[in-house]
Structures are given as structure tokens and as C-alpha cells.
Design a protein. Structure first.
Length: 120
């Protein structure tokens, strides 16, 4: 019996013949698709300082990270008490953009707020 591609739906098998030309030892080779790896994720971190007002940090978290007031307030307290907090996990490009937006916004309002990113 000869195998045809319709024996295995979705796959196009190849028929291999033995080296002596006899097709009695035919086999099926199935090509596997390589799975793509997920891109690495990056944590966006907010760092504490002694000068940036707590209300400004809450406003930043609401504006750039889509948090509601209660979530933003809780993260702000974590930053204040522990010195740093993860405010989101994103792909490299999005994390980089968030860090730049926060830093630009802080500079425009003359606050020394620091925002960084690191690989998860």
C-alpha cells in the first residue's frame, strides 16, 4: 500500500525507499514545525525617593499603568515602605516605552522619580 498525503490530515509525508530500490520497506517522514519561543518579559520598577510627592506617584500609576486609585495607592505605599515595587510586566518594547514615559513626565513636573526595567 502506498501512502498518500491524505492518510495523515494536515501533514505532507514523504515516502522513503530502501537503498536497494525495493519499496517494501517504505517509511513515513513527518516534518515537525519548530515552536516559536515567547519573547522575554521585563519588570517595570518604580524606585522610592525622599522628594517626589506620594500623590504624584499615584497619578503616574493611574495614568501610565491603568491602575485604579486603590491599586495605585497600594503600590505607592509599597514603593514608599520597601524602596521599590514592580508596577507591571511587559514585552521589552512596551516596558521601555513605559519607563521613558514615566521618566519624561517626572522631569516635566520637576520630580526626581526613577523608573527602571529588568528582565524577569
Amino acid at each position: 500500500m502506498k501512502l498518500t498525503p491524505d492518510h495523515i490530515p494536515g501533514l505532507a509525508p514523504a515516502i522513503l525507499m530502501s537503498s536497494d530500490g525495493d519499496d517494501g520497506d517504505a517509511g513515513v517522514v513527518v516534518e515537525t514545525k519548530a515552536r516559536t519561543k515567547r519573547p522575554p518579559l521585563y519588570k517595570v520598577l518604580l524606585l522610592n525617593d525622599d522628594y517626589t510627592p506620594m500623590e504624584f506617584v499615584v497619578a503616574v500609576l493611574e495614568r501610565f499603568f491603568g491602575m485604579n486609585h486603590a491599586q495605585a495607592f497600594e503600590i505607592m505605599l509599597t514603593v514608599h515602605k520597601k524602596g521599590v515595587a514592580v508596577v507591571g510586566v511587559f514585552s521589552h518594547e512596551i516596558a521601555e516605552t513605559k519607563v521613558a514615559q514615566v521618566m519624561d513626565f517626572a522631569r516635566q513636573h520637576q520630580h526626581p522619580l526613577q523608573c527602571t526595567m529588568e528582565k524577569e
